[in-house]
Design a binder for this molecule. Structure first.
Ligand SMILES: [Zn+2]
Length: 190
């Protein structure tokens, strides 16, 4: 609703870090590309506590990395080649409508949804397992993407897969074949 949005804009204007925005008005140097779902409950800037200018975000239904789609390829190319992001992160999540839709043919009732989700398959014992498996396939597509592969070989970029649990507000990170608490990874890195 535009009225609700404009009320929000009013609050944003009051609290916005105008110095931060001013410093960004002619350039951006995001450190990461986040590919996540259009789901209204997934807000990468909140989840990663990121400020304006930190994340280059691509959102679509189901956080799909369909590199055959110009909008996906353009975001990847721009983030990798022009912005020089250091990490590409796929952020999947619980209760994903794309996963549920693919399991219920009645939800794939429009050309748009069929065209977008039709080639993707979501398998798994439950929607969480299916969403995690789908996230892994998206990560694989990034790892196979020629522009990414070249930069990765040069040690300039890496790719990660995260899974956000809406109900518990918690994140899991896929590391060496396992889903782990990011806190344990930080401990390992230290
Ligand atoms: Zn989703």
């Amino acid at each position: 609703m535009i009225e609700t949005l404009l009320e929000g804009y009013g609050r944003f204007r009051e609290r916005a870090d105008k110095e931060c925005y001013c410093s960004l008005c002619g350039c951006q140097h995001p450190h990461s590309l986040v590919i996540t779902c259009s789901d209204s409950r997934i807000v990468p800037e909140e989840i990663f506590d990121a400020r304006p200018g930190e994340l280059f975000v691509l959102r679509n239904v189901g956080n799909l990395v369909r590199t055959d789609e110009p909008s996906v390829a353009a975001a990847l190319d721009y983030a990798l080649l022009h912005l020089g992001v250091k990490d590409v992160v796929v952020l999947a999540h619980t209760d994903c409508g794309a996963v549920k839709a693919s399991k219920d043919p009645d939800h794939l009732d429009t050309d748009g949804l069929r065209l977008w989700l039709g080639e993707e398959y979501f398998d798994g014992a439950d929607t969480e397992k299916a969403a995690k498996a789908a996230g892994l396939r998206q990560l694989e597509k990034i790892l196979q993407y020629p522009v990414f592969r070249k930069l990765e070989r040069e040690g300039k970029v890496s790719a990660s897969l995260c899974f956000f649990n809406i109900g518990t507000c918690s994140l899991e990170l896929f590391v060496n074949g396992n889903w782990v608490d990011p806190g344990s990874v930080s401990a390992i890195c230290r």
